[in-house]
Design a protein around this ligand. Structure first.
Ligand SMILES: C[S@@+](CC[C@H](N)C(=O)[O-])C[C@H]1O[C@@H](n2cnc3c(N)ncnc32)[C@H](O)[C@@H]1O
Length: 296
């Protein structure tokens, strides 16, 4: 399967990280390897990029691309970036520090398009929104077993859905009669509450699917957990760049940056993609880019 993903804000990532020959970087979210390959080319054969992703699809695709490009300076690790400190210890037992670290959060377009997974409400797949094999909890379990108020909370907090309670209630009612197993089962429940003829811009399932994906993968907890480790792994003068697509994620990054006395914030306000990028790649629309530099 072709891995389709257009890297978001790549020129800005390179402008802030300023990779030079011989330097070492971490790409915490490999995806389609857009950032990884650009960084690997810039640092040359004496440099290195350690890239991680939970998803075998991303690792297999990147392995193939890297072979084709004959790049020898990329180390791929299939793991959750929340384990970054342990991962680095395992790969570099002598205590390696890095010139820069980047995280491009969320999911890739290739994952969204993969019908074997349950990321998209546009095709019918199993209710499985784990990035890797097995998330923190299965999506099917969340839908069929979470209490009403817990479902409401995740729809509200992670989906920013104003009608969270109504959707959660409809799911709890429906599961008295059937086990909800596929994305199509779920979409039909959602569409009973909000029929397609009333949509404005987005299908109501968009926000609920986002919420379920974030809960399945424990996304905010992984982000919160990795940030202090990422700063510890930077050399003095090293930079961290984060691109997020959800206000909860952006808030975590913003508060974390403000709470640290050992970093200088390089983006007072988050950068956003320019018009030409969002026209060419609408998925970039909600991106927020923040960067900071470790001080001595
Ligand atoms: C938006 S894509 C990255 C795209 C990439 N920057 C590129 O240029 O192609 C995000 C990737 O991060 C991965 N991911 C999300 N959360 C993760 C986590 N906690 N640990 C490891 N990988 C994660 C997803 O599986 C996905 O492949």
């Amino acid at each position: 399967m072709a891995y389709n993903h257009i890297p978001v804000m790549l020129p800005e990532v390179l402008e802030y990280l300023k990779p030079r020959k011989g330097q070492k970087f971490i790409d915490g979210t490999l995806g389609g390897a857009g950032y990884t390959i650009a960084l690997a080319k810039a640092v040359g054969s004496n440099g290195l990029v350690l890239s991680t992703d939970l998803d075998q699809l991303a690792i297999s695709n990147a392995t193939e691309k890297i072979e084709q490009l004959k790049l020898k300076n990329i180390v791929l690790v299939k793991d959750n970036f929340k384990n970054l400190a342990a991962m680095v210890k395992e790969e570099f037992p002598v205590g390696q520090k890095f010139d820069g670290i980047v995280f491009d959060l969320g999911l890739s377009s290739a994952q969204l398009d993969d019908e074997e997974r349950g990321f998209s409400f546009k095709s019918s797949g199993p209710l499985d929104m784990a990035f890797g094999t097995g998330g923190e909890v299965s999506t099917e379990e969340i839908i069929n077993e979470y209490p009403l108020l817990e479902l409401t909370r995740i729809f509200k907090e992670y989906g920013e859905e104003r009608q969270a309670y109504r959707y959660a209630k409809a799911i709890v009612e429906a599961r008295k009669f059937i086990r909800i197993k596929t994305t199509a089962d779920l979409v039909s429940i959602i569409e009973k509450i909000f029929p397609p003829r009333f949509y404005h811009k987005i299908h109501p399932a968009t926000k609920l699917f986002q919420a379920l994906r974030m809960e399945t993968n424990g996304e905010l907890a992984s982000l919160t957990g990795v940030l202090p480790d990422a700063i510890n792994l930077l050399k003095p003068g090293g930079k961290i760049v984060l691109i997020s697509f959800h206000s909860g994620e952006d808030r975590i990054v913003k508060r974390f940056f403000k709470s640290r006395t050992d970093i200088k914030i390089l983006t007072k306000r988050p950068l956003v993609p320019g018009d030409s990028e969002t026209m060419a790649n609408p998925r970039a629309r909600s991106a927020k880019f923040r960067a900071a530099q470790k001080i001595n």
